[in-house]
Every structure is written in C-alpha cells, then in structure tokens.
Design a protein around this ligand. Structure first.
Ligand SMILES: Nc1nc2c(c(=O)[nH]1)N[C@H]1C(S)=C(S)[C@@H](COP(=O)(O)O)O[C@H]1N2
Ligand SMILES: [Mo]
Length: 530
C-alpha cells in the first residue's frame, strides 16, 4: 500500500522539483537584469563550459552546429538542469532538507561560474544564481511540506485504489501553491527577459548616431574584372548579414560608443593613450578590402569572408604611443587586445607595423560595425587568422611579449602565431550535384591574404591539372574568384582545386586538422553527371 501512496506523490514531487528549477531560473533572470545579463546562471555555466571545452570538441561543435553551437549548448544545459530538478524533487519527497540543499548547491555552481569568467569584475555576478537558488530551495521545501501533509496512514487507505484522493490530502492547497509558483516564475522570468532585452538600448542608440566620416585614404574601387557572376559563386564582397560569426559570447556585448574608452599601454610604451570613439572618428581613417578567415575553417568550409573595412591604422597609434617594432629595437613583440567580454587576442607587433593595413576597424561595408562583428571597435589584420588578429568589442590594447603572456586560444593549445594558409574552395557545383552532360561552370574562391593568389588549377578525377580563369585581383589582402568551363561527361567525377600564391608556393595536398594553426589540403567535390 505504501508503494501505491508513493505512486501519486512521486510524480507530484518530480513536478515540484521542476517548478523549483523554473523558479530558480526565472528569479535569476530577473536579478540578472539588475546585475548584468551575462551573470545569469545558464549564460555563466555556458560560458564556463566554453572556456573549459577541449579544443577538439569546440572545433567539432563549430563544424557541426556553426553559429548555432551556442544555442545547442544552452539547450543542453537546460535539459540537464530539467532532469536534475526532477531528480531533486523526488529526493526531496523523502529528504526535504537534502532536496533543498541540493538546489542551493546548484546555486553555488552557478555563482562560481558567473564570478569565475574573465569578464566578471564584481562579486555581484553571484547574486542571480544565489537568490534564484534560495527562492527555489524555499519553494521546494514548502511544496514538499504540502505533499507530506498527507498522513501516511490515510494515504495508504485511499491512494489510487478506488480513484479517491487520500483523506487529509490537501489537493487544492497543493495545486494552488504550485500554480501560484508557476505563474510567479513565468512573470518574473518574462519581466527579467524584457529588462535584459532592453538593456542595450543606449548602445543601440549610440550606434544609430554614428556617421562614418569619409576616409582620408579610400579603398581603390574593386576592378570590374574582379567580380564574377557565375551562379553559385560566393559574392566577392560578403554582405554583413551573411558574414560568418565565430566567438565565445553567449550574450552579444552591447557597448555604448559614447562612454567607450580604450587604453594603449604596456611594454615599450612611452606615451600611454586613452582614446574615445570620437577621438578615433576624428583621426585620418583608411578604407581597405580585407578577407577575414577563421582558423577553425575546414578545407572547403564557410568561415571566410571579405568586407570593406574603415578604420584607424594601428601602426600610427602604436607609433604615437612610442612603440617600435622588434626589428627596430622595440621591446614588445606581442600586442594583446582585450575585449569587454574578457577575450584576449595576441598579434605580432612586427606584422602590425610592417606596412600592411592592420586596422582598428570602426566600419564594415559602409556601416558602423554590426554588434555581432564587434561594435564599436575591432581589429582586422590582413594575412593572420582571426583568433590571432581580429579581436571584437575591444577595450584595451597592451604591449607585451610572447614569452610572458599567452592569450585565450593559445592557452587552449592553438599556435601563438598563425599566418593564413593558402587555400581554395569550389563553390559550384555543390557536393553531390547532378549536372547534365555538356559545359558545366566550375567556380569558386582562393585566398592567400597578404601574399596574393597567382594561379588556380583544377583537376577532374586523376586527369591533368587545368588552369582556371582567374578574376582580376582586388588587392593581395582579398580572395580571388576563379572559374573554369568543364565539358562534363556522364558518370561520377571528383573535382579538385589547388591554388598557388605569389611567393610561388602551391597549396599542399597534405591534410592537416584545424588545430593548432589552420587546416591544409585540397578541396574536392564529387558530382554525378547524368
Ligand atoms: N571578443 C572576441 N573577439 C573575437 C573572437 C571572440 O571569441 N571574442 N573570436 C575571434 C575569431 S576566432 C574570429 S575567426 C573572428 C571572427 O570575426 P567575425 O565573427 O566578425 O567573423 O573574431 C575574432 N575575435
Ligand atoms: Mo576563428
């Protein structure tokens, strides 16, 4: 009979656990609106997970989920939390105090995650998790009290057998308490959501007011011959809305440009700088076309794009601060950019000062940087993968040495220095396409930023290499489109591409993984002509 009584109480206890979990998240969301959204437990635990994920797994997640990796991560955390909440409810049925203590323990985990991230500057970041857990523990304790108010003896009489409620079981009381808790959680959660959602309004307004000045040094117009119109080829300039995004931010930083400030300081700096966004806008701006590439891009992958950037030449700023490149006796060989979300990205000072268009970018394709791409200010350095050159949401530039400081990704087993490898990609036909026999246009892009692309060749099956028609070069910092009309014959075929850069180096066929310094190998596409 005891078992039957538990038959009713067990699911109710589990539901109570779930309600407590919901209450914890809802209250935490509300409190995080008063602290900062990044301090909420799901974001904090997600962030801590990202920081601790082994590089291979991180890379796998980027490969398989792309920019959705963050959504999948948060969904995973919610599912795990839900299961644990169910379990805690069941435990609490027997051991009320243990259940409540379990809820508090989760609060501690959330609080540690929130205060342990690089962007956490205040112990207040613990509050959403702590207050959420306290409310949830009290709720679970209270609901269990309701369930326990059902005396064991009377429970044994009525439970389930004849469909009647056990005597003394205050069903109404429990349902009312549970519903009230659910409604209050929903209210708190929604209020927190909307407050968090409107938080960035100052930042959004500040971005809306930015008027990018005409650059003192405009980019040369893109030569007409640089842009092919073959259907299926990547557009030469990647629209901002299609530009790939790779970062560790679960909450996109919303920085108010009117209060933004950036310091330039550190080793070898004789005149430290502190600059406002307005200071940067008033400087001589340059405009350049630069192709950005992610080190996590697999051969044939999508994490590469070209934009027209407007910004301040970094070399000018560094010179003003008194910095010399190592080749001229400078003591700092690494520039570490630090973002508002605690990312650190280290770039060789030599590369920044060697004359290339290393920019502190303010504009992307004619508009202020979109928030996801680093508003108000990010770095872009031609020829280097993003993780060693392209810090978004910058707030600090520190000169140091590679010997004395490892940046975020370097601590996670990526290489200290990472020039972009010469690569080429077939955009069309797509893998496993079924073109008709006859002339089929094969087309794509090839890149070797800051060296330039000299030649692209294509091979069908094991046939001879054929020279592709290269579109005109925009600059050696941008990718080059190419195409080749192919007389397609019936059957299955493997199309393979390889590029040669201006230094005369032909892209290696040796496949390497993305870790530690970028994938290499030839891109192949298999098609069936019929
Ligand atoms: N603050 C911050 N900046 C960052 C990153 C990041 O995680 N956080 N990721 C870097 C990486 S790995 C790349 S490839 C580029 C991608 O820039 P995009 O998202 O604008 O394409 O940003 C770089 N800058
Ligand atoms: Mo990257």
């Amino acid at each position: 009979m005891k078992i039957l009584s538990r038959g009713v109480r067990l699911p109710l206890a589990a539901v109570s656990g779930l309600l407590a979990g919901l209450a914890a998240l809802a209250v935490a969301e509300l409190v995080s609106a008063a602290v900062r959204p990044e301090a909420g437990p799901v974001i904090a635990v997600g962030g801590a997970a990202i920081d601790r994920t082994p590089p291979a797994v991180k890379d796998w997640a980027i490969q398989h989920f792309g920019t959705n990796d963050k959504f999948v991560l948060q969904l995973g955390i919610l599912v795990v939390l839900g299961l644990l909440a169910l379990a805690l409810g069941v435990v609490a049925l027997r051991y009320r105090r243990v259940g409540a203590a379990g809820v508090l323990a989760f609060g501690v985990v959330g609080a540690l995650a929130a205060t342990g991230r690089a962007d956490s500057t205040s112990a207040a970041d613990a509050l959403p998790s702590v207050i959420g857990a306290l409310v949830a523990a009290a709720l679970l304790y209270f609901l269990m009290g309701r369930l326990a108010s059902l005396p064991a003896a009377s429970a044994a009489v009525g439970d389930g057998i004849d469909g009647r409620e056990p005597a003394g079981w205050d069903r109404r009381g429990f349902v009312i308490a549970a519903s009230a808790a659910a409604a209050a959680s929903a209210g708190a959660g929604l209020l927190g959501r909307s407050l968090n959602g409107s938080r960035g309004q100052d930042a959004v307004a500040s971005r809306g007011k930015v008027i990018l000045p005409r650059p003192a040094s405009p980019a040369a117009p893109i030569p007409a011959g640089a842009v092919l119109h073959t259907p299926g080829i990547s557009p030469f300039v990647t629209p901002n809305s299609d530009f790939y995004r790779v970062d560790t931010a679960l909450v996109i930083p919303k920085v108010d440009a009117t209060t933004w400030r950036m310091k330039v300081h550190g080793k070898g700096v004789t005149r430290p700088l502190s600059l406002t966004f307005q200071d940067l806008l008033q400087r001589q701006l340059v405009e350049r076309d630069i192709t950005l590439t992610c080190v996590s891009n697999e051969v044939g992958g999508p994490y590469v794009g070209t934009a027209r950037w407007i910004g301040v030449p970094l070399a000018d700023l560094l010179k003003e601060a008194g910095v010399k490149p190592p080749s001229r006796g400078g003591s700092a060989d690494q520039l570490v950019a630090r973002s508002v979300d605690g990312m650190t990205i280290g770039t060789p000072v030599e590369d920044i000062m060697d004359g290339r268009a290393a920019l502190l970018a303010l504009g992307m394709n004619g508009e202020p940087l979109p928030f996801v791409h680093g508003f108000p200010v990010r770095m872009v350095v031609p020829g280097l993968y993003g993780y060693v050159s392209a810090c978004k949401w910058i707030q600090d530039l520190e000169l140091t040495t590679f010997d004395s400081y490892d940046s975020y990704w370097v601590k996670r087993s990526w290489a200290r220095k990472a020039p972009i490898k010469t690569e080429s990609r077939i955009d069309t036909p797509k893998p496993f396409a079924r073109p008709k026999p006859g002339t089929v246009m094969i087309a794509g892009v090839a890149w070797a930023q800051h060296r330039g692309i000299d030649r692209v060749e294509l091979r069908v099956d094991d046939g001879p290499w054929m020279q592709a028609d290269l579109a005109a070069e925009d600059t050696k910092d941008t990718w080059r489109q190419w195409s080749l009309p192919w007389k397609a014959t019936s059957g299955g075929h493997t199309l393979t591409v390889r590029a040669t850069d201006r230094t005369g180096q032909t892209q290696t066929d040796r496949r390497t993984p993305t870790i530690p310094d970028g994938a290499s190998g030839w891109h192949s596409v298999v098609v069936t002509v019929d």
